[in-house]
Design a protein around this ligand. Sequence first.
Ligand SMILES: C[S@@+](CC[C@H](N)C(=O)[O-])C[C@H]1O[C@@H](n2cnc3c(N)ncnc32)[C@H](O)[C@@H]1O
Length: 252
Amino acid sequence: MRNGPVSTPPRVLPPNDPRQYDDLAGEWWRPDGAFAMLHWLARSRAALVPPATRPDALLVDLGCGAGLLAPHLAGKGYRHVGVDLTRSALVQAAAHGVTVVNGDATAVPLVDGCADVVAAGELLEHVPDWRRVVAEACRLLRPGGLLVLDTLNDTALARLVAVRIGERLPTVPRGIHDPRLFVDARELVAECARHGVHLRIRGIRPSLRGTLAWLVRRARGRPSGTVDGRQPRIKPTRSVAVLYQGHGVRHG
Ligand SMILES: C[S@@+](CC[C@H](N)C(=O)[O-])C[C@H]1O[C@@H](n2cnc3c(N)ncnc32)[C@H](O)[C@@H]1O
């Protein structure tokens, strides 16, 4: 008979089950943790956000998670409001200066036109009805306001790279994606246009060299910080077939 503590195996949840974020709550701010790539993407997304042009400017971060965007917005002059379904993530977002709203990105309890910027990072591919999120994002934007987002395309290549390969790497939690929810890039552009936002998209990917160096440092137990210069860079790619980023201004 074996002695010692009895450990409970991690529960296995269906793909994209939001309870996974509770189980992974301790990973959000670990630079070598399961959400590491979200930090790299947050930095790249924040680079699309210009400094605020007026006092009291508001940035609404839909599906904000634990607020990983916050350090990259520092000094840009926005009040950062984060909306998310997962309370355990919002507690951490609040600790990083985000004003949190526990709610659904398909029905946000904020008034029309309140936002100078709406961000939706790595959210659409987790929502069964992403069109409703787009409608809400555009409703929240004031005329002239900016939408910034990134998501996964609804392609065989994205399913291969982001799920079958990506979820075997330490940068993406296994089972976090349901590929049936991935978002066709052309449909997303068309849907944004229907709501007055001319979305410009580009493919992105983490730098291969930076990712390899990160994996080596991680294996040696020497991770980089969450916001330091050694984090792998997100680079533009010619193809939008896997991961893509979009930004566009709301007209009228
Ligand atoms: C992959 S994480 C991205 C978090 C954050 N945007 C980031 O990039 O660090 C997806 C987040 O979306 C949230 N989420 C999923 N569906 C949602 C919905 N319908 N409304 C609000 N948040 C949602 C999850 O709780 C989770 O925090």
